[in-house]
Design a protein around this ligand. Structure first.
Ligand code: ATP
Ligand code: MG
Length: 598
């Protein structure tokens, strides 16, 4: 039986988001300051994206979408030492997944190969902008490394204008000369080099004449500035390293601050939105663009607070440590807050977008309660997920009055949340499994599930009564012998007869065996990242694996389907480890917050 396709990606109807950045954009639109609103999401391909990045993706792509504009996915790939194509690929996949279903036109991806920004303004040629990059490998995203030639040209222009110089201080000396936040720095002895000498040395840096670290290109700003980022920041350094995207063409690489503002400019970005730690870089961002006296409108930078979530860490370094030390099984381990982990766990992209909308955009750092994220996941899945019967820890029930080989087909509702809920049939047979937790030989008070001599309703089927408990030599329960009252089935003469408990079940011989991975929070404390020995707080119970029995329809489940195993939680097929005839399901989340009680 097939299941309705799930997670179409359409955001649920919600009021248009509003925040201080959207207000700025709205004012710019009202004032007709830009022909088109163009934003960008600029990850460095040195790790996998996480839920924190999703906030930035939703903000940047969201603003483009709401304003009929564009958002470029641009790889900020200026440091070949830490970067890799593996990350380029995972990031591209994750971004596409997260914003799937949003109008395609907002994806700057599409314009690749076209002209990312106009080359002339008022008929005047842009002195620096070369034709749009056209690399065979890029059918999708933008790469800062595609602008290396233009960036080099801009650096030469800064030198020519007396705003940059080649410095021979070693990295350690440069650091020492920089001073401290409360102590001015000292001028480099190379600061007064002539333009001609600087041009010559910079060309020779590019030509590969000098070893790593021997020289650098620095902006000539102010070594006494209270803003440390303005104390003659590095613009280029020597790195004899091939680049994952640019190949082995370069041995000098621009630094973030130099490459970023100019990449924004080259792509015609109108609003360059980043997180708060870049606020102190903004004067440098503006300084570089202004000193070049560029012909087109300049991009402007705006900052917002990062997303932090309790019981979670987002630090790339620490995520890498969890992966390398095998506390988790790779970057897409469903317990990690990476987007690939979330996807594998079965979290719909719409739930992550909903979280982003719920937390909003402000300038104040705070920690979002993970319960809010879990609430968003449950809300989305409640609407999306098809209800199914599955038993995680089976105990056998023999319905002694049902002949072997007989199958009673019971109508079961697929999703009561649907406007017109559909049904499927689940087979009731002589032998069924119920959850071992749903039977108690010595029941506590107010136990409404199955007990010796007691009655319970098998959901969608009928009431059964427990006549006999069969045990093995060790005293473990091996079988419950019960009678089924088929007159209590839907449409039966006693359909209305009520018992206090209703439990889930599956046919023993017609059910499907499956590995089910029960995930829980990865950390036991709310702020695991507070100390360096954060691995001490790993939750030893974050993964439990059981062999479950599933109703037959789940044999044809597809990776994109979402299920609620009734009374148990939300589950999805594991996209990596499932094989035909050997399904593996991941528990995305339990039905209720089990941590709230703790
Ligand atoms: P690092 O710079 O240390 O490698 P990063 O997480 O900042 O790590 P980037 O690739 O630079 O990684 O991030 C891409 C974009 O995502 C940046 O604009 C960054 O500001 C934003 N971003 C990163 N973490 C968060 C977060 N927790 N919340 C919101 N935005 C974030
Ligand atoms: Mg960063």
């Amino acid at each position: 039986m097939s299941v309705e396709p799930t997670d179409p990606g359409a955001a649920p109807a919600a009021p248009a988001p509003s925040d201080f950045i959207r207000d700025i954009v709205a004012q710019d639109v009202a004032a007709r300051r830009h022909a088109e609103i163009i934003t960008r999401f600029p990850p460095e391909p040195n790790g996998y994206l996480h839920i924190g990045h999703a906030k930035s993706i939703c903000l940047n792509f969201g603003i483009a979408r709401e304003n009929n504009g564009r958002c470029n996915l641009r790889f900020d790939d200026t440091n070949p030492v830490k970067e890799d194509v593996e990350y380029v690929e995972s990031i591209t996949t994750d971004v596409r997944w997260l914003i799937a279903g949003w109008a395609d036109h907002c994806l700057g991806l599409k314009v690749k190969g076209g002209t990312p920004a106009q080359q002339t303004v008022n008929g005047r040629a842009d002195a620096y902008a070369a034709p749009a990059p056209a690399s065979a490998r890029d059918t999708e995203a933008f790469f800062a490394s595609d602008y290396f030639e233009e960036l080099y040209g801009y650096a030469v222009a800064l030198i020519q204008r007396g705003h940059a110089y080649v410095c021979d201080l070693t990295p350690e000396e440069t650091e020492a000369y920089r001073g401290a936040p409360d102590k001015p720095g000292r001028d480099s002895p190379y600061r007064t080099r002539s333009v001609a000498e600087n041009l010559d040395l910079f060309a020779r840096m590019r030509a590969g004449e000098f070893p790593n670290g021997a020289r650098s290109l620095r902006a000539k700003i102010d070594m006494a500035s209270p803003n440390i980022w303005l104390r003659d920041p590095l613009l280029y350094r020597i790195r004899h390293t091939a680049h994952h995207h640019a190949g082995d063409k370069w041995c000098i690489y621009p630094l973030y601050d130099f490459a970023h503002c100019l990449s924004d400019y080259l792509e015609g970005i109108t609003h360059s939105i980043c997180t708060i730690e870049f606020e102190v870089h903004r004067p440098l961002y503006d300084w570089i663009l202004q000193r070049l006296e560029l012909p087109r409108a300049l991009p402007r930078q705006y900052e917002f607070a990062k997303l932090n979530i309790s019981y979670t860490i987002f630090s790339k370094r620490r995520l890498l440590q969890l992966v390398n030390e095998r506390h988790v099984n790779g970057w897409d381990d469903p317990r990690l807050p990476t987007l690939s982990g979330a996807r594998r766990r079965g979290i719909p992209a719409s739930a992550i977008r909903r979280l982003a909308a719920l937390v909003g955009v402000t300038k104040f750092e705070s920690v979002t309660d993970v319960a809010l994220f879990e609430h968003a996941i449950r809300d989305e899945l409640n609407a999306l997920a098809a209800r199914r019967l599955a038993v995680l820890r089976p105990v056998k029930v023999v319905l002694t009055n049902l002949p072997a080989g007989e199958t009673v087909l019971c109508d079961a509702t697929n999703n009561p949340q649907d406007e017109n809920p559909t049904t499927r049939q689940v087979p009731l047979t002589r032998e069924v499994y119920i959850e071992s937790e749903d039977f108690a030989e010595v029941p506590p008070p107010k136990y409404f599930r199955l007990k010796p001599g007691g009655e319970v309703r098998l959901k969608y089927a009928c009431i059964i009564k427990c006549d006999e408990v069969v045990k093995d030599a060790t005293g473990a329960v091996t079988e419950l012998r019960c009678t089924a009252d088929l007159t209590t089935r839907a449409g039966g003469t006693n359909a209305d007869r009520k018992v206090k408990g209703t439990i889930h079940w599956v046919s023993a011989n017609l059910s499907v065996a499956a590995e089910v991975r029960l995930y829980d929070r990865l950390f036991t404390v709310a702020e695991p990242g507070a100390t360096d020995d954060f691995t001490r707080h790993l939750n030893p119970g974050s993964l439990e694996v059981v062999t479950a029995r599933l109703e037959p329809s789940l044999a044809t489940a597809r990776v994109e389907d979402r299920f609620q195993f009734e009374r148990l939680g939300y589950f999805a097929l594991d996209p990596k480890d499932s094989a035909p005839g050997r399904p593996v399901f991941n528990r995305t989340i339990t039905l209720k917050d089990t941590w709230a009680k703790k």
